[in-house]
Ligand binder design. Structure first.
Ligand SMILES: [Zn+2]
Length: 293
């Protein structure tokens, strides 16, 4: 598989390389990308031409489509090995019309358990039930704004069997494609993240979540870190930015009563309410003899 032109020209800034590999290798029927006119993809005809050379069909929505996005100009792109599926995805996409989210999920190849379990009323119990949660690293979708992710859907649990089967197969393809990239992916997917879910609208919060990725690891129940990166923009209206100075100063996150406490040298620098912040740690469930996948 030679997708180097995608990697060099599109993958890096769109964060869609794993999905392109999944569609190209037949693991995923259709992928949908959100593209911003400001950042690129004004040269969609060129993207489409490269897709066609790779045996893939590509289509896009109009720029002024009725999509939900927080960038001023944007649209969705659909790619598939089948031109019919591309059109079907466009028709069933609830973000641009009146499509049914469940039908759309199945067109995109999402496991049924994930589509069913993650209905809005369940999202809170899946992601906010515990202040620290453990996922298999292959199901880490929290940094999918980078090129480091395997599942592009939200898995119904940190050990969803069908999502793990998919992500293991895709990881094999990623390794074949570029073993250095695969190694970097594995390393990044194992970094602990702190996720902020704004306000009380869970289904919505997942899309509007903000993520802090830590250079660090768990020792017992505490996260010890030396630095972090965040996708939170300085002008976001969310309160995560108020906690960034304390996070910068601190080096340990510890679980307190109903909160996650920021510390340095056992001094308390701040705290994050556990009803809107969750820490995720990522392990390899197969190595630990847990889930048989
Ligand atoms: Zn599932």
């Amino acid at each position: 598989m030679d997708l180097s032109h995608f990697q060099s020209r599109y993958g890096d800034f769109t964060g869609q390389l794993p999905d392109i590999i999944a569609v190209k290798s037949g693991l995923k029927p259709v992928a949908r990308f959100r593209a911003s006119g400001r950042e690129g993809f004004q040269d969609f005809p060129e993207f489409k031409r490269i897709c066609e050379e790779e045996g893939l069909a590509a289509s896009r929505t109009e720029e002024d489509g009725n999509y939900q996005t927080n960038v001023e100009v944007g649209y969705y792109i659909y790619i598939s090995r089948s031109g019919d599926l591309v059109e079907k995805a466009k028709k069933t996409d609830p973000s641009i019309g009146t499509g049914d989210p469940r039908k759309f999920g199945s067109v995109l190849g999402y496991p049924e358990c994930c589509v069913e379990r993650l209905r809005p009323e369940n999202v809170e119990s899946v992601f906010l039930s515990e202040p620290v949660q453990t996922f298999d690293y292959r199901l880490n979708f929290f940094i999918n704004f980078t090129n480091y992710y395997l599942v592009s859907h939200v898995p119904c649990s940190g050990a969803c069997r069908r999502s793990l089967e998919y992500s293991k197969s895709l990881f094999e393809k990623v390794k074949e494609f570029d073993s250095d990239y695969a190694a970097r992916m594995r390393e990044n997917l194992k970094l602990p993240v702190l996720v902020y879910f704004p306000d009380d609208t869970p289904a919505n919060s997942l899309d509007r979540r903000e993520t802090v990725v830590f250079d660090g690891e768990f020792e017992g129940g505490s996260l010890h870190y030396t630095g972090f990166e965040t996708d939170s923009s300085p002008d976001s209206g969310n309160d995560i930015k108020e906690n960034l100075p304390a996070l910068k100063k601190g080096d340990v996150l510890e679980l307190g009563e109903g909160s996650i406490i920021i510390q340095k040298d056992e001094e308390r620098l701040g705290s994050l309410p556990a009803d809107s912040y969750t820490l995720f740690r990522f392990d390899d469930f197969t190595e630990e003899g847990g889930e048989d996948i």
